[in-house]
Design a protein around this ligand. Structure first.
Ligand code: 1GP
Length: 241
């Protein structure tokens, strides 16, 4: 069992809430890394996620290399594509888009990625990725050609998460999509959390302390925030240790 997976499970078992900062290599200027990470390192952030839907080849590798100079926090790949796999990171969320019915994102890309993954020592963490409708179209929806699950179909979302757990996935990630209009609702988070025994990650559209607390109080073990930090690094000051 890998150490990042174990640490997240241990925190979740103790009810300790974790915060992940998501950085999209496409939107993040490399020269900002030092200043950005001075704030990250002072904040409650527990780990860094790196990923995006449309990232150029090698941009992820260059960014992780730079990030590793400025922080000791674990770096986990959250790849939108195979080209975003780099051995410089510590772990990789091996995502299967279980809310969708596009075989490429359920298993196809995974098969294609193996020769690349084999050449790394990344810790792989199998993650059931569930896209929930948020009020507007998101990049994940566009690129994967899948339909997000309607917010009012709570039982269907819960059943999807449970199916992911039964398939042996280590985490469930409830995703509203980057820059979502509405984050995943407390009702959905609560319902999924009550049903599964594995850690629950929630992200998409969380931009305030109130929304963050709401996600934690509803049962999220890990909350992922990207856009709010991208738009205003001052948000880190409200999240100091
Ligand atoms: C997207 O869940 C993440 O994959 C984070 O979303 O950018 O809206 O914080 P935001």
């Amino acid at each position: 069992m890998g150490s990042i997976y174990k640490n997240i499970c241990n925190s979740a078992a103790k009810g300790e809430k974790l915060l992940a900062v998501l950085i999209d290599p496409e939107k993040f200027p490399l020269e900002n890394t030092k200043g950005f990470f001075e704030k990250v390192n002072r904040s409650k952030a527990n780990f860094i996620l790196i990923g995006g839907s449309t990232v150029d080849d090698n941009a992820t590798d260059a960014l992780v290399k730079e990030i590793k100079i400025h922080t000791s926090l674990p770096v986990i790949l959250f790849p939108g594509d195979i080209t975003q796999i780099t051995d410089r990171a510590d772990a990789l969320f091996f995502l299967s888009l279980i809310s969708g019915r596009n075989p490429e994102y359920l298993i196809g890309k995974h098969v294609q990625s193996i020769s690349r993954i084999r050449a790394t020592s990344l810790e792989l963490i199998s993650t059931g990725y569930i896209l929930v409708e948020n009020g507007k179209e998101t990049a994940v929806q566009r690129i994967t050609g899948t339909t997000p699950m309607p917010r009012n179909q709570v039982q269907n979302i819960i059943d999807t998460a449970k199916a992911g757990e039964f398939l042996g996935m280590k985490f469930i990630y409830l995703e509203a999509g980057s820059g979502a209009m509405h984050p995943v609702t407390p009702e959905i988070i609560r319902g999924v959390k009550q049903e599964i025994k594995i850690p629950l990650i929630v992200g998409g559209g969380i931009k305030s302390i109130k929304q963050l607390e709401k996600a934690y109080n509803s049962g999220a073990d890990v909350v992922v925030i990207g856009t709010a930090f991208e738009e205003d690094e001052g948000f880190f000051d409200m999240l100091t240790k």
